[in-house]
Design a protein around this ligand. Sequence first.
Ligand code: MG
Length: 452
Amino acid sequence: MPREHLLKIGVSGVRGVVGEFLTPSLTLNFAQAFGTYVGRGRVVVGRDTRTSGPMLQHAVHCGLLAAGCDVIDVGVLPTPTMQIYVQHTGARGGIGLTASHNPPEYNALKLFNAAGQFFNHYERNELLDLYNQRDFAQASNAETGAVRQDQGSAKAVHIARVLKHVDAGRIKRRRFKVALDAVNGAGSVMSPDFLTEALGCRLEAISIDPTKVFPRVAEPRPETLGELSELVRRTGADAGFAQDPDADRLAIADETGRVLDNDDVLALAVLRALANVPGDVVVNLTTSSVIDDIARTFNRKVHRTPVGEANVVDMMNAVNASIGGEGSAGGVIFPAVQLCRDSYIAMAFLLDLMAETGKPVSEIVGSLPRYTRLAGKVPFQHGRLSGLMQALEAAHPDAGTDKTDGLKLLWPDKWLHVRASNTEPLLRLAVEARAEEAARRLYDSSWRLLTG
Ligand code: MG
């Protein structure tokens, strides 16, 4: 792994490998810059279950207190729950210690503004300038803030908001059996109660011990969820749910244990949301056209953005969207609960669809328009990027183009999207087509061109 990928201090906050790269002193300084930026008042601090969490949490507390802020320590909590709590309690902002789906040796600071949303483009740049100038607020002894614990109420606030948007009584009456894999992450402290008490499900769970390490690859993808699939089959569950370590992302397995495409997970949520809430849909450029098909049936528009939750959220704010997300990343964003990725509303929406239709998950998914989607990663050297993109465009003069994030080539029945990864020295190639053979052909020829 190149050195520049081991620590990132930039517009998305701070993320790095703990120890040599992401240090307590760096974390303290960044938290003090954050406290200086948001001003004196309450700041919510929570974390996922990584080994480095408590250590870095103390550094964050220290930086915030030094800047004159008061700290509300919410302990281990899902990221969306923290975001809701920040907004609900009128705090100045929040810091979540989580590297999300990155491997356990990583950690990161997720930064929330007073609305409980990720720092937008302007806020991130201003904070970064402040951090680089090192001119931090410095509380005197009399001005130094205090730490208060609140490790209970945030969950209740989040669950109550979710329940407003589904027919919880109808779901409870079905007594669904659900399998859960919370990767021993932050979902461990909330998902079991959410599924059993709030939604009346019978639960078969693995990896819900927040004191243990992640037992699988942190990112919930089909190839990492063999244990969940097996659990669904063994227990005869109606559905399986898998979260990432900070429980903003969700993967779903159907009643046969087959893990759904993330695009289909988003599609099901869009189907449910558009039936209940007005507004358009916002997704990134790599998200499946199945979203456009669903939106069309509700007479709604689909807006597309560059990849990245912040980009999707900015556009959702601008168009007052009903729902949005990133198909490829397994993120459902439903602003009526909170403008953030939320695995809990995604679980509730699926159970609501199951309860309303009386159909098994495989059948509900089977009713969606079918596309063949292929995606892969291509290693590349930074200097070659624009040449590769030009060659790809030149090879397809008949396609429409969108260059807002890498290169997207569009035809009536298929598309191709290639972009440089934000986190790894890779190109991400995605192709989708109605016909499987057309998808395969476009994918293979593009792969050859990019690697040739
Ligand atoms: Mg996450």
